[in-house]
Ligand binder design. Structure first.
Ligand code: PMP
Length: 438
């Protein structure tokens, strides 16, 4: 159908959105700069979520747009199957300077979901390359979000994302969600709950370690509602997986690139996984790109292993797309020059105190935070998810602040260029919204 004036709003099937509901009340952005979006009705809306956890250096960075535009002119596309371009190697090497020691290899893809499926496939192929082909089971966690590929939803633990799609991958188990009742309103990491990782020993006992390929967790769970790992929990997972020869995958799609202080959660917590997924902040959200960091041990298994294992039969037309590489290199320059991976350390405490000031409302059930991530959970009202949606809507239209909601939990993750006044602005909009609604 040809377009006349305004589009009908029926043709685009929106992701994770009820089109009918959206159509009745469309929330649109037209442009963006720094910490703010501009709406078609001329309002500035504070971006308290860095887009979808990705615009870590803030919007409208000319260094990125110029690098992208130069790159499209100079080399718009080059295959990376059997042929390549130098920037792919340059970016990979640059990235490994940020990853934990011993993770010196990077596989490129185009999104967080692809990075998850890539990491799971590498884990399976690694065991096979080592002659350990019985290790095929994968273990995720309740409430985990690992994107929307079949691998990602299989190890993911969000019921709504799984149940419409059949039997998914077989041989997948899930750890319990790592949160303990009674730890509501903890600032930062809860003191209790590290022992929840011990459940992994139970799963291992049930199936036998020799059947398990990998465990995947988000170091800080974002999309499932902002869940902070208890102190010692991640280390305990590392110890158990290592003891049993099971690979540990950190899904750092949200935690990567400065979100909690330092480049990654792995470097922040000083825990080295075997594989690490990333996307989002890698290119500041400007061009789709994902990257999987791979340990030297895994990489060596392919590079020096049996002849049939030397090639990984996996990849994407757009793996290490030159334009995405250019965007990523420009983004890394900005992070470095502006010292943005330190921002969560500089402002984390202020962020924490302002967020927790919302505890005054009875309707607030819990507040969780770490680095520059915040979650506010409401007591569920008559209809699950309604309160989250209502506060989100109020903030957007009346408070001029964009937050994100997952059922009755609001999530916030501002661009790392955030300053105290933006935090104040976001909290004021939330406070006014909650006051007006309840
Ligand atoms: N893993 C995690 C931890 C994520 O938060 C997300 C996206 N929110 C994904 C994977 C999927 O990323 P994408 O939407 O780019 O496929």
């Amino acid at each position: 159908m040809s377009m006349t004036s305004a589009p009908s709003m029926d043709s685009f099937w929106m992701p994770f959105t009820a089109n009918r509901q959206f159509k009745a009340n469309p929330r649109m952005f037209e442009s963006a700069e720094g910490m703010y979006y501009k709406t078609p009705d001329g309002r500035s809306v504070l971006d308290s979520t860095a887009g979808l956890w990705c615009v870590n250096a803030g919007h409208g960075r000319t260094q990125i747009s110029e690098a992208v535009s130069r790159q499209v002119q100079n080399l718009d596309f080059a295959p990376t199957f059997q042929l390549c371009h130098p920037m792919a190697f340059e970016l990979a090497e640059r990235l490994t300077k940020l990853s934990p020691e011993g993770m010196d290899h990077v596989f490129f893809c185009n999104s967080g979901s692809e990075s998850v499926d890539t990491a799971l496939k590498i884990a399976l192929a690694y065991h096979r390359a080592k002659g350990d082909s019985g290790r095929t089971r994968l273990i995720g966690r309740e409430k985990g979000y690992h994107g929307t590929g079949f691998g990602g939803i299989s190890v993911g633990g969000l019921v709504n994302n799984r149940r419409a799609f059949g039997s998914l991958l077989t041989g997948v188990d899930h750890l319990k969600h790592a949160w303990t009742p009674g730890t509501e309103f903890t600032k930062g990491q809860p003191e209790v709950g590290a022992n929840l990782a011990d459940e992994l020993e139970g799963i291992i006992a049930l199936h036998g370690a020799e059947t398990i390929a990998a465990v995947i967790v988000e170091p800080i769970a974002g999309s499932g509602g902002v869940w902070i790992p208890p102190k010692g929990y991640l280390q305990r997972l590392r110890d158990i997986t290592r003891k049993h020869g099971i690979l540990l995958i950190f899904d750092e799609v949200i935690t990567g690139f400065g979100r909690i202080g330092g480049a990654f959660a792995s470097t922040h917590f000083d825990i080295t996984p075997d594989l690490m997924t990333s996307a989002k902040g890698l290119t500041n959200g400007a061009i789709p790109m994902g990257a999987v960091f791979v340990s030297n041990d895994i990489h060596d298994a392919f590079m020096t292993g049996p002849e049939e294992a030397i090639e990984l039969f996996h990849g994407y037309t757009y793996s290490a797309h030159p334009v995405a590489c250019a965007a990523a290199l420009a983004t890394l320059d900005i992070y470095e020059r502006e010292n943005l991976f330190n921002k969560a350390y500089e402002l984390g405490e202020y962020w924490q105190e302002q967020l927790h000031s919302l505890k005054e409302f009875d309707v607030v059930k819990d507040i969780r935070n770490y680095g520059l991530v915040g979650g506010i959970e409401f007591h569920t009202g008559d209809k699950p998810g309604q309160r989250g949606y209502d506060v989100f809507e109020h903030c957007f239209w009346k408070g001029n602040v964009m937050v994100r909601y997952t059922m009755d939990i609001l999530a916030m993750s501002p661009p790392l260029i955030v300053e105290k006044e933006h935090i104040d602005e976001a909290i004021t909009a939330l406070r006014n919204g909650i006051k007006a609604l309840y």
